[in-house]
Design a protein. Structure first.
Length: 199
């Protein structure tokens, strides 16, 4: 058996409650880096543990990208990946000028088709650009296979509710799946019916 040296990565916030000074953040990063961590995914919001729910912690504390930029300046040898509130490819491109990477979190889940642009924009890779429906059609054999195994339809469709975000018929697509895919008798027909709202 051979050992593989993988990069050590942690994800953190820029602070917690009243422990949110730049010095405390950089002391934390430095301490963890000295222990062997070389990659940090830094969410540009502090966490407020006393009084806010996890959902509120994703929205209420203000974003402070400058704090993450300062970490990168203080530790140029480390890989600093920025996270938090990034909603467009253009935003990601801009943030990459001051960090080593960008993490799309909620936006990638709520609007998964945003990832269709990533290879072409960031890696210059010619991609076989597909429509949302073409992408979904490639997902269908997997759905049918899982249905045969007894996996409930909503376990799969809940991850594609935002596929048509911002598109004509997208709200009806989402609503139809939300209201019907959880039913015990739900099959691929529920998804086909949902697609009819956007085609």
């Amino acid at each position: 058996m051979t050992s593989v040296n993988l990069p050590i990565t942690i994800k953190c916030r820029i602070g917690i409650d009243d422990r949110d000074s730049q010095r405390e953040l950089e002391d934390f990063i430095g301490t963890v880096a000295n222990a062997g961590c070389d990659t940090f995914i830094v969410h540009a919001r502090k966490a407020i543990l006393s009084g806010l729910s996890p959902k509120e912690n994703r929205e209420i504390p203000p974003l402070n990208y400058d704090s993450v930029f300062a970490v990168k300046q203080a530790f140029p040898e480390l890989s600093i990946i920025i996270n938090g509130g990034i909603k467009t490819i253009e935003d990601a491109e801009s943030l990459l000028k001051k960090t080593d990477g960008v993490m799309l979190g909620r936006e990638a889940y709520q609007n998964p088709f945003i990832l269709n642009e990533v290879d072409a924009v960031f890696f210059g890779t010619a991609t076989n650009v597909q429509t949302r429906t073409e992408t979904l059609q490639k997902f269908m054999p997997y759905i049918e296979q899982e249905l045969e195994r007894g996996t409930p339809l909503h376990h799969m469709t809940r991850h594609i509710l935002g596929l048509y975000k911002g598109q004509k018929g997208g709200k009806n697509f989402r609503r139809h799946l939300s209201e019907n895919s959880y039913k015990k008798t739900a099959d691929i027909g529920v998804l086909l019916d949902a697609i009819s709202y956007v085609d």
